[in-house]
Design a protein around this ligand. Structure first.
Ligand SMILES: [Fe+2]
Ligand SMILES: [Fe+2]
Length: 408
């Protein structure tokens, strides 16, 4: 599908074929966030809607996941909402009502709701932003077991002249069909994330600093730093989204190679000998070996990050250009500059920043300003200056990620 143009509904058969094709493409994505972003984008394009929001059901409440709004130039892409704001599932709000009833709701004018409806329209966003919400189509996303797992809400359908019009009955039907197909991809994305977190749990048994919260932050920082870097480097949107899909998961797996390092060394109190420290450095090689058997793009990036996330821009990192002698791997001279894969250069900044902001057995958590200063200082020596520039550019997002995954 051409992602930049809305699909014109002329022939129902054509539209259903189009929905099936888009649903199939969703299954090519691995990361839950990339899947949700694409679902919202396709829902809007399908109905030529100006804005939209996607919610997932978590612990009996609706959690904001993505928001898109064409009318705000800087929000062309889906904005992942790293907030802990939730909406109760009840008849008081439009999305809560749709999740509760499990049925779509089509509203022609948000400021003139049909009589007998228990829910009300929350005009808070309009008041704050100056936006005017008129037509709203809200549909539940149901799992294969017919359970509501989320809600898509799209706002202000537009005609060819750009005027806001009501959503048609036909559109309600098509969006419902798409939401049902999309649920398969969402469930798959949830499973993938759970599998990744279980792998991380195994590494955490060896190294207690590699927690679920730490890796989710490192994954999210890496995805957002990459997105900014790619935009400033003029990377085409489809390519940018493809890489962003992979980097979040691959960065979460940066230290899984620790499962290959002995507990006696990782948990040894006091100073390590040089040979022991070399054993720890080999977690990069063990990590890479976990992913080199497969040829998927995700495995390839996971191998790149696992093996290069301790390399430094100036060549002082490890494991470097390794030598292998009689089956024994030896650390070599550090890789430098763009010799280090971009994804690993990004993950290095994300991982160090998060370690600085976290409490460790040997230090207190640093204040985020101090941690940012430290990253700035190491730009051009430890870190790629362009990656650091992107990291600095998205500080509000970095801060909301840190607050969103606020465990240790
Ligand atoms: Fe590491
Ligand atoms: Fe880490």
């Amino acid at each position: 599908m051409n992602q930049s143009k809305p699909h014109q509904i002329t022939d129902p058969f054509d539209t259903i074929k189009h929905i099936l094709k888009v649903s199939e493409r969703l299954n090519e994505l691995k990361d839950l966030d990339a899947i949700l972003d694409r679902i919202l984008e396709e829902s809007r394009l399908l109905s030529n809607a100006d804005a939209g929001t996607l919610f997932l059901v978590k612990d009996g409440e609706l959690v904001f996941e993505y928001i898109q709004n064409e009318s705000f130039a800087d929000q062309r892409d889906g904005i992942k909402i790293y907030s802990n704001q939730t909406i109760p599932i009840n008849g008081l709000s439009i999305v809560g009502y749709v999740a509760q009833e499990g049925k779509p709701l089509c509203i022609d004018d948000a400021y003139d709701l049909p009589e007998g409806l228990s829910c009300t329209f929350n005009s808070g966003f309009d008041t704050r932003s100056g936006y005017h919400t008129k037509s709203i189509l809200t549909v539940p996303i149901k799992s294969s077991q017919r359970k509501v797992i989320g809600v898509i809400q799209i706002i202000n359908a537009k005609n060819d002249l750009g005027e806001v019009i009501p959503f048609t009955k036909e559109m309600e039907h098509y969006l419902g069909l798409f939401a049902n197909n999309a649920s398969v991809a969402i469930e798959q994305g949830i499973i993938t994330r759970e599998v990744v977190l279980r792998m991380v749990k195994m590494a955490e048994l060896r190294d207690p600093t590699e927690t679920g919260a730490h890796v989710q932050r490192v994954g999210a920082y890496s995805a957002e730093i990459y997105d900014n870097w790619a935009q400033t480097h003029g990377i085409e949107k489809a390519e940018r989204k493809r890489i962003k899909d992979r980097i979040r998961i691959a960065a979460m797996l940066h230290d899984v190679g620790k499962v290959g390092v002995s507990d006696l060394i990782l948990k040894k109190p006091g100073r390590l000998s040089e040979t022991e420290f070399d054993q720890i450095k080999l977690h990069t090689v063990h990590g890479r070996n976990l992913f080199t058997q497969s040829t998927s793009d995700l495995d390839e990036m996971s191998a790149e990050i696992a093996s290069n996330h301790h390399e430094k821009w100036d060549g002082s990192g490890y494991p470097g250009h390794m030598k292998s002698k009689n089956g024994d791997v030896k650390l070599g001279s550090g890789k430098q500059g763009s010799e280090i894969p971009l994804a690993a250069r990004i993950c290095a900044v994300a991982d160090v920043y998060d370690a600085l902001c976290s409490k460790r057995s040997y230090k207190e958590a640093w204040h985020e300003d101090q941690a940012v200063d430290e990253i700035k200082k190491a730009s051009g020596t430890e870190f790629d200056p362009e990656v650091v520039a992107s990291f600095l550019d998205i500080q509000p997002t970095i801060n909301s990620i840190r607050e969103h995954f606020n465990g240790t």
